[in-house]
Ligand binder design. Structure first.
Ligand code: HEC
Length: 187
């Protein structure tokens, strides 16, 4: 696990700082780049850890590695990074604010109407901040920890129950939106 964390951290490429007067388009591009750095790395780490020690052994990837890597990317880029959801597992970390909630609801509606969830994103300048969210679609791999009860092993259920007494993040099926990655930066 430790080796995995270092390997993942080393992969993070440095980002150029964006000037305060950057155009909306430049900000959107930068935000998108920051937001899309974390998910593929998490996916690889999840795949490796699940293969090695099963879904219950991979819980630290989503629990500890994801926020740690988000912190590292924040430090390198100056963008604040979170993952939020309408059905949070970690409600202390993942409860959306009003802007994020509106985007999540809009994404659910659009995915329900047939839009590809992987393409759903929203960027906006609000006051002295630029904010961006990108949908995180549920893939087959996610179901062992976020799927319907019958797809979650007793060991995973026990671990989740212990860490997350208010867990609402189960019952998903593939293609639904698990949440968004949310990034913001003061201008
Ligand atoms: C091995 C179990 C496991 C797998 C597999 C897994 N997750 Fe998670 N996920 C968790 C745990 C545990 C948390 C709570 C993290 C925390 O404490 O911040 C979580 C939290 C999240 C969050 C943050 C919002 C919240 O509800 O707290 C998102 C978004 C998320 N997972 C998406 C995914 C996606 C998308 C996949 C598949 C690509 C996935 N997860 C696969 C265990 C897992």
């Amino acid at each position: 696990m430790k080796r995995l964390l270092f390997a993942a951290a080393a992969l993070l490429a440095p980002f150029a700082a964006i000037p305060a007067h950057a155009s909306d388009e430049a900000l959107l591009g930068e935000a998108r780049k920051v937001a899309t750095t974390l998910p593929p790395k998490l996916l690889v780490a999840l795949q490796e850890e699940i293969k090695k020690s099963g879904a219950e052994g991979a819980i630290p990837v989503c629990k500890d590695m994801a926020p740690r890597m988000a912190g590292e990317i924040s430090q390198q880029t100056g963008w604040k990074i979170k993952r939020v959801s309408l059905k949070a597992r970690n409600d202390a970390r993942a409860t959306p604010d009003a802007w994020e909630k509106a985007a999540l609801e809009d994404f659910d509606k659009r995915a329900g109407a047939g839009e590809s969830p992987a393409k759903l994103e929203k960027g906006e300048k609000i006051g002295n901040e630029y904010r961006f969210v990108k949908a995180l679609p549920v893939q087959g791999l996610c179901l062992g920890c976020h799927g319907p009860a019958e797809q979650i092993s007793p060991a995973v259920k026990a671990a989740l129950g212990q860490h997350y007494p208010n867990d609402r993040a189960t019952g998903y099926s593939e293609g639904q939106i698990r949440g968004v990655i949310s990034v913001r930066k003061s201008l």
